[in-house]
Design a protein around this ligand. Sequence first.
Ligand code: PEP
Ligand code: MG
Length: 364
Amino acid sequence: EASSGEDFQILLSWADKHRRLKVRANAETPEEARKARELGAEGIGLCRTEHMFFEAERIDHMRAMILSESQEERTHYLDKLIKYQHEDMLELFKIMDGLPVTIRLLDPPLHEFLPNSTEEMRALAERIGKSFEKIREASENLSEVNPMLGFRGCRLSVVYPEITDMQVRAIIGAAAEAMEKGFSPFPEIMIPLVINVREIRLLADIIDRSVYQVHRDKGISIPYKIGTMMETPRACLGADRLASEVEFMSFGTNDLTQMTYGFSRDDAGRFIPEYLNKKLIENDPFVSLDQRAVGRLMEMAVKESRARKKNIKYGICGEHGGAPQAIRFCHHLGLDYVSCSPFRVPIARVAAAQANVAEEIISK
Ligand code: PEP
Ligand code: MG
């Protein structure tokens, strides 16, 4: 046991000398971030901020914010939420000291946050001191038939820019505090579910203003980057135009697969196994990257955006980012990093090295 552990450490240190791809982790909690660092992650490639609001009191404030009737009411709840966001980000910046942390703006499929039964609505109404009728009405107004294709990602920021403002003030405020305490935070703010450059311009404007506000208030300047998720076919098709507005692009192959194939990522388990048995397609597209489908969109997006702008960083943060075959493909595409769940980081380090070594052998 002990010696196989040691052997694996030797293999990993060898792999690190031979890979070109960086390996980051998808992490939101301090435990995940610590684990990621321990396993050799070179940063956080995806911090899903919506996951940071699922617990206890936070979820009530989050629900209340989403169900607010006015901007004033929303701001009231955002003022509560900013404290959690700040504390959580501060902790992540400390743990990831000196490494980049990619924080994705809120991307809640709304159904995950709406109360989904009359009992839940009643309980929420009581806890936040609002009438049950109002809660029910607001929930009905926001309920969608296809929430995964609905009011998500940057669409939320377009309609409610104050949510983004809260998040950015918390992120940059936490980075400023981390810096004052001697840490080196590198926040990278990532915009989810983008389809076109106008969305990015609008969001980048909100982000820059909020950052400026913190810089001015604290008399400090935090280096930060703005980037986009590449998880809609529309974004990949217009990548050259998106390039002019961002410093990094990260492929979200979970949604990109769903939208490319039209297979629901949440219901896939129900019919995909039987469907796959018929051999009409080779592999489960949620597990392996099809080079003629999602892989092709990625290739096109990288080529066309790179032709427009040289110094963009490219990553992948969907589930495929931790799968050896997909990692090989990402290596060949010339991505800068893959990001996967902390436990897959060691495997990703080895797969990245294998891809590079295989390439060197072939080219000799
Ligand atoms: C993705 O869509 O691939 C992604 C990383 O985002 P999420 O899984 O949170 O939708
Ligand atoms: Mg996604």
